[in-house]
Design a protein around this ligand. Structure first.
Ligand code: GAR
Length: 213
């Protein structure tokens, strides 16, 4: 079994996409063993609890420093056999200790085509507002490995979505979630679990199935 820890902060639609692909057998021999939320009372919490998954709230504000928060997250995961951490709408920067402990074993979904509309302060609805303000004709989503900074790790998958004349940030966000994020996040997990992903410096190389045998 390939074991995931999923980190969330809000709606949990990406968490739900993973749960649905596990339920329908697309993600075979993959389980979500725990879900960690950065705040209490989210829709993501309901989804995790409904699926019977062990759930924790870890609030940054309850720790005196980013180092203490980093330590607490690292400690929580230390005794668990987690193969991959999935940041599915997690709105806190991970600390260096956790990133180091899970080097190349943490992925994040971001709602734009990185390197556009990403980095500190660009999360949630904001990348979509920025994309519309800039006037791009294509937006989309990116799954990338996580390093110590915001949205800078090696890119694994991207999927584009056409921007429409009458788009609002909310409409674009919804289409990017449904047509890009919820497709490439489960795909990324499946490829990593199957050993199809190799990281070479800044680039990822996706091997054909069985190429790694
Ligand atoms: C998603 O659009 C995700 O890409 C984004 O937050 C939303 C969470 O939705 N993440 C970021 O902006 C991270 N920089 P969800 O809770 O319904 O999955």
């Amino acid at each position: 079994m390939f074991r995931l820890a999923v980190f969330v902060s809000g709606g949990g639609t990406n968490l739900q996409a993973l749960l649905d692909r596990i339920a329908d057998g697309t993600l075979e021999n993959i389980s979500i063993d725990l879900v960690i939320a950065s705040k209490p009372g989210t829709r993501a919490q309901q989804r995790a609890e409904q699926a019977g998954i062990e759930f924790f709230v870890m609030e940054r504000s309850r720790y005196e420093s980013t180092e203490a928060f980093d330590q607490a997250l690292t400690d929580l995961l230390a005794d668990r056999p987690v193969d991959l951490i999935v940041l599915a709408g997690f709105m806190c920067l991970l600390g260096p200790q956790l990133v180091q402990a899970y080097r190349n074993r943490i992925i994040n979904i971001h709602p734009s085509l990185i390197p556009a509309f990403c980095g500190h302060g660009l999360y949630g609805i904001r990348p979509h507002q920025a994309a519309l303000e800039y006037g791009v004709k294509l937006s989309g989503a990116t799954v990338h490995f996580v390093d110590e900074q915001y949205d800078t790790g090696p890119i694994l998958l991207q999927k584009s979505v056409i921007v429409r004349n009458d788009d609002t940030a909310e409409l674009l966000q919804k289409r990017v979630m449904e047509e890009a994020e919820q497709i490439i996040l489960p795909q990324a997990v499946r490829m990593i679990a199957a050993g199809q992903v190799r990281i070479e410096g800044r680039r990822t190389v996706i091997l054909e199935e069985n190429e790694n045998d």
